[in-house]
Design a protein around this ligand. Structure first.
Ligand code: PLP
Length: 354
């Protein structure tokens, strides 16, 4: 069914690979030698190009800058122990990307361009995939509107691109989290479920205020009562209470449907845990803590992987977690690492071969 995607490939004349230390990488700082670029105009996608990583030349009237039609994805590529490159669950990111596109009134990207374009780009720059533990090649597909007029309307032209960034761990130690009651991230009917740039723009102030007080991230609550837990803005959140693992459900469209969230649910169920998706009231978390039933809390996301929470601040309550006694989060982390490195059978077809 899939005709070979016609890509115009221009290779770099001078690789920058030797300029980085592949075993010491901060998150998202360096880019590989090449990038993918394709424009949408006259109602259709134009020719796909892979070219040397370089600056874009654009009008200051660019509509994405003014009105924010801008969405993205975050995916990771790894090498197994034999050095074969794989991408983790990219088809799920492809589907989510187009849900984001539809919500932001942007054109959908054909599967061929997204999947085969990404595969070809990663194949070309595969030397940049680190093999060190907790390291990977972060893949950043994104799309933004490119009209050059200031009229407020959905744009007629867009650019879809993919960048690659060899990357180390996002958070290096367990997190201190501030339960946010003043600011909100998303409300029913909004676009919290979309991986849209605007969701991040709107979250910077609350995150910065929390960071100034020594926290790593905020935990977003529902927009109406500030009582129901949503997510952490770059990560979905899980709580272990008694013998159950709980995570907020996706019903009202305010939470991003994380691929790592889904992987964690599947892995935990396979390992015999009871996982429940549903509303989580912050008072129930506090009550469980006071009753000695609150065992763990952790975040899940592609960039930050599985991040344990060591402290949760809610009003006058400071909830501390026993990081060394945690079982569920380390289980998810170990199983996912084993699948990626080929020590455990990939029964669900999560590893997409490059
Ligand atoms: C990307 C993202 C996540 C995590 O999703 P993954 O698919 O697991 O990477 C969680 N919340 C928000 C707001 C995000 O943008």
């Amino acid at each position: 069914m899939v005709a070979a995607l016609d890509i115009q490939v221009t290779k770099t004349l001078k690789s920058r690979f030797s300029e980085i230390d592949i075993n010491h990488l901060p998150f998202g700082k360096y880019y590989t030698d090449h990038m993918l670029e394709v424009d949408y105009k006259d109602g259709k996608w134009q020719k796909v190009a892979i070219r040397p990583f370089q600056a874009l030349n654009m009008s200051p009237g660019l509509s994405a800058i003014h009105y924010g039609q801008s969405i993205f994805e975050g995916i990771k590529a790894y090498k197994d122990r034999e050095g074969n490159p794989f991408i983790f669950r990219p088809i799920d990111n492809f589907r989510r990307f187009n849900l984001s596109a539809e919500r932001m009134e942007m054109p959908v990207v054909p599967e061929e361009i997204f999947m085969e374009g990404m595969r070809r780009l990663v194949e070309l720059d595969k030397d940049w995939i680190p093999m060190k533990n907790d390291y990977s090649l972060y893949i950043r597909p994104f799309m933004f509107s490119t009209d050059e007029t200031l009229g407020v309307k959905a744009a007629d032209t867009y650019k879809f691109m993919i960048l690659l960034s060899p990357t180390g761990p996002y958070y290096s130690s367990p997190l201190r989290i501030y339960v946010e009651e003043k600011y909100t991230r998303a409300a029913r009917g909004g676009f919290g479920f979309a991986k849209a740039a605007g969701n991040y723009g709107g979250s910077m102030l609350a995150t910065a205020v929390a960071k100034r007080q020594g926290f790593d991230q905020v935990l977003w609550m529902d927009a109406f009562e500030h009582k129901y837990i949503q997510e952490m803005g770059t990560m979905n959140v899980f709580f272990v209470i008694g013998d159950k693992v709980l995570t907020p459900d996706l019903e009202d469209g305010t939470i991003l449907e994380g691929v790592t969230r889904d992987s964690a649910i599947e892995v935990l169920r396979e390992e015999g845990y009871t996982v429940e998706e549903g509303p989580i009231h912050i008072d129930d978390v506090v009550r469980a803590y006071e009753a000695g039933e609150l065992r763990e809390a952790f975040g899940t996301g592609t960039a930050a992987t599985i991040s344990m929470i060591k402290e949760l601040r809610y009003e006058e309550f400071t909830i501390k977690f026993d990081i060394d006694g945690a079982k569920a989060a380390p289980t998810v982390k170990r199983v996912l690492t084993d699948i990626r490195e080929g020590r455990r059978k990939d029964t669900r077809g999560w590893m997409f071969k490059v």
